[in-house]
Design a protein around this ligand. Sequence first.
Ligand code: MRU
Length: 350
Amino acid sequence: MKWETMLLEEDCLRLIDQRKIPQKIEYFKARDYRQVIFAIKEMVVRGAPAIGATAAHGVYLAALEFKKLGGNDFRKEMERALQELAASRPTAVNLTWGIRRMEKAIKENEDLEIEKLLEKLLQESRTIAREDVEINEELGRVGQEIIPNEAGVLTHCNTGALATVGFGTALGVIRAAHAAGKNIKVFVDETRPRLQGARLNAFELLEEGIPATLIVDSTAAVLMQKGEVNVIVVGADRIAGNGDTANKIGTFMLSQLARVFKIPFYIAAPISTIDFDLEGGEDIEIEERDPREITHWQDQPIAPEGVKVFNPAFDVTPAEDITGIITEKGIIRAPFKENLASIAPGGDKD
Ligand code: MRU
């Protein structure tokens, strides 16, 4: 790879601008936490683990900005900044997970002088980023066993290095299978309406030299009917304690097709994407995005003015339709509630 998804610098955060790929590789420089919020909202950066690491560095940038205030004012401003960061996108739980880790680092070091506290926060945001790559590599090692030696693999949205700090989750599993010498053919859903599949997944697969075929989302059924798809692997934005999984809109439909055509359907995600506080998928907040994502194409209308629009960014796949959840601690299968609990921080396998 000739690029990095993000560079956590001492005075800013540089993010590869995912709105511009594949036309251009350009970096967006977030100089303060407000620009970090802008980048998350506008999808300069997207993908659950990438959003988590971005928000964590946003917390560090807020502390850098408010360091002169000291005492109570510092604490008050930080509290407000953390709340604003947490509200930037609602579905991916990694966002609040990243912020909570930084909050913990603030609490543990609150007696230090401000410069020392800042050092600790920079260290923590860099640790979160480094661990993300390590976790994804492990997830790839663990997960590649689900991919047969000769296989058609279908995937949705972008779950690669761009959606994480590096390597990727579902795309990491595919990457690891390819590196292990498996003869795979990847079918890439374009992923309406933001085209993360066409613009980002296809871009990463081509760059890696992994055979990939781009399809419109509605071609998936035909490929399955023809017997071209042996396994489906996708990422996740939030997994409830019972295994119900929120991921990019269209994932639920794929899971239902997989059931009809008896194709194994896997989720690949780090443990930080599991929301152990949520019992089931009905409690996951689903983000609804701007109708213009559907009614317009690069500012040109492609639908009649005034048409009603429903544009949820995610849907929830019920646990019963999931073959397994690939995590850095192994592949979790049904019964999901018990088996996920065993990998929870503080659980049997922690
Ligand atoms: O709206 P996005 O592009 O942030 O949605 C991303 C997805 O749904 C991904 O599949 C998910 O975050 C997993 S990324 C490793």
